[in-house]
Design a protein around this ligand. Structure first.
Ligand SMILES: [Mg+2]
Length: 460
């Protein structure tokens, strides 16, 4: 059983009094609701890249109701069409969650993670990949949100305050013990206890460094790129990512334009969103080497571990690393990418992997291999969520900011009850209890697909 600091107290007569928070821990999840919520971002080409030319940023949005009135919110991210399939998968998992008490779940979170991911019939749909894993992420994100709210803390702080044994008890080590045992994970966390408070204070004061992807979606005109770069520079951004991978001449022109705009000392990253075959990736990126990108992101299929290794090896002499992870389906794939030296930047995603539980495993493996974690964000709500994970990584795992930054995209934050706070190109640690997953009721209603007002208007 876990210990809950502050969840109970004694009055002057010595009688144990449970606080409302611990009462919340004892309460039961009585209902799971899931909604298909879509934003028509394709109208203005926000999010457009070499493979996803017209995305409508969307979520399968989960609400957990408990019998004490406390609610948990969670979601997974999609690009529009097909969200109804994820909704269906969440509904299929619902029976495994409803009726459970929060304390019962989190006191053996590893077992609960495995209950969702290893149901003997449903695991055939994955296991731990594709739509069923997206659904697992949505459900578990809501459970983590509920837990953090029950404790009255933002999720990052809930994690930071857990002792190493508690953290490790949330992770399913199945299939990764050949590179990371429970004991090794514990050792990493114990070692990082030194200086933890100092790092937490530093984050609260300065925030976590971020880079922007908002300036250079593939569908934007050169004029738009220029204007957005000018604005971003004025706001203090020093690290920029741009989309590449369609036409080579366009890539060269756009890279030159952005490098000229940001100057030689700021950081540039390029992202091909899986557009190329392996040899093509090497030749295309070599042609862009003169613009000094720090990394090429998703050069090829996210499943091609050895392909990424070949690309990494070929680009190393040019000083260009390989980054990937936003469509890396589970911890096993990350394990192989790390084992094969196939990536130089690990891009965790809060809605692709099996929620916080599986992300913890990846953070610890990345630390073991000494590969920096630079989370994927953007979409709708991904910035809100992943900031919690990277704050935990810095305070309790990596203890380093070298070559590390978290993606930021300036879209759709206005739909959240606790939107991200960016100051001087840094993520400021969230203060509200929970995992920052809750959306405004009005936004959910308006954007529910297809019957929300926004979609009714568009379909007229
Ligand atoms: Mg990307």
């Amino acid at each position: 059983m876990m210990r809950w600091a502050g969840s109970m107290s004694r009055d002057t007569s010595g009688t144990v009094k449970h606080s409302p928070l611990s009462a919340a821990m004892a309460h039961t999840i009585v209902k799971l609701t899931v909604k298909d919520v879509r934003f028509p971002t394709s109208l203005e080409q926000h999010g457009s890249d070499a493979m996803h030319t017209d995305p409508d940023y969307s979520v399968a949005y989960v609400v957990l109701d408990t019998d004490c009135g406390l609610r948990g919110f969670g979601f997974t991210f999609t690009l529009g069409k097909g969200t109804e399939i994820v909704v269906c998968a969440v509904e299929a998992l619902s029976a495994l969650v409803v009726g459970k008490c929060l304390q019962e779940i989190v006191s053996d979170f590893r077992a609960f993670y495995r209950l969702l991911t290893s149901d003997d019939q449903m695991r055939w749909l994955g296991p731990e990949k594709g739509v069923i894993q997206l659904a697992t992420a949505a459900v578990l994100n809501a459970v983590w949100d509920l837990w953090a709210r029950a404790e009255g803390k933002p999720l990052w702080k809930l994690l930071v305050d857990m002792d190493p044994e508690q953290i490790v008890s949330c992770i399913d080590f199945r299939y990764i013990t050949d590179v990371l045992t429970e004991k090794e994970a514990l050792d990493i966390l114990m070692k990082a206890q030194a200086g933890k408070q100092q790092r937490e204070d530093e984050m609260l004061k300065k925030g976590y460094p971020a880079y922007t992807t908002s300036c250079a979606w593939l569908g934007y005109t050169d004029q738009q790129l220029k204007q957005l770069c000018t604005d971003a520079l004025k706001s203090g951004w020093t690290k920029f990512k741009m989309k590449v991978g369609a036409d080579l001449e366009d890539d060269i022109r756009r890279c030159r334009l952005i490098r000229e705009m940001i100057g030689p000392n700021n950081t540039l990253m390029i992202d091909a969103n899986q557009r190329w075959d392996v040899a093509e990736a090497i030749s295309r990126v070599s042609r862009l080497a003169e613009f000094k990108p720090l990394w090429i992101e998703e050069p090829t299929s996210p499943d091609d571990v050895l392909g990424h290794a070949t690309i990494s090896k070929a680009l190393a002499p040019l000083g260009i690393g390989v980054a990937t992870g936003e469509q890396c389906q589970n911890r096993v794939m990350f394990k192989q990418l790390l084992q094969a030296s196939a990536l130089q930047f690990v891009q965790i995603d809060s809605c692709r992997l099996g929620s916080v539980n599986e992300n913890l495993a990846v953070l610890l493996m990345a630390h073991k291999f000494q590969v920096p974690v630079c989370p994927h964000a953007g979409g709708v709500g991904l910035c809100e969520l992943v900031q919690h994970l990277i704050l935990f990584d810095y305070v309790c795992v990596s203890a380093s900011l070298d070559n590390r930054m978290c993606e930021y995209v300036d879209h759709l934050h206005e739909h959240f009850t606790s939107p991200v706070v960016i100051q001087d190109a840094h993520y400021m640690p969230p203060k509200d209890p929970g995992y920052s997953c809750e959306m405004l009721d009005s936004s959910v209603q308006r954007h529910e697909y297809p019957e929300g007002e926004e979609w009714k208007l568009l379909m007229k």
